[in-house]
Ligand binder design. Sequence first.
Ligand SMILES: [Fe+2]
Length: 199
Amino acid sequence: MEASATENDAAARQVIADHIRTLFEGHGSRQWYDGYEAVSQTRHALQCAQNAIATGAEERLVSAAFLHDIGHLIDLNGRDKFQSGSDAQHEEVGANWLGQWFPPSVTEPIRWHVAAKRYLCATEPSYHASLSLVSQRSLALQGGVMFAGECMAFEKMRFSADAIRLRRWDDHAKDPEKPLPDFQDVMAYIIRSVHVPAI
Ligand SMILES: [Fe+2]
């Protein structure tokens, strides 16, 4: 008997989720966040999702929080680029890759979460000092503090508010001791956020 469309859809979502999980259980669990932070990419991603859940964020934003740095796991040369003083644009790499399966409401906050840091540095006097040293160093490579005109343009963008929310969860997701949410519970958000089963 042929599988129903619902069964095919569920299977496709699971395949995508399994692929993503493999990235985090492999490179993500071994790779220190940005090469220097005290947490792995996977711990950072889980904590970021945890922060989103704690604020009652929509499902799509919990998914964006978990996936926001997946570009680091796709472009494995990114860390070398960072260490040699160039920006790998992990936000673009990740958002473009995720766009195969996830809607803009997931991918665009990810694409703009670095811009959100540049924006917050320009608009909140205490924000820059609150960043980790790695985030402060990468800021310069990512274009530095936004100019006034850039801030105005950013504020008008459709997903800028979501990108700022994501950025704040991101900034507070580098605790090496904090208990983590269950991986499977977070993956359930990912599965439900898949938009296009393109397989
Ligand atoms: Fe991050």
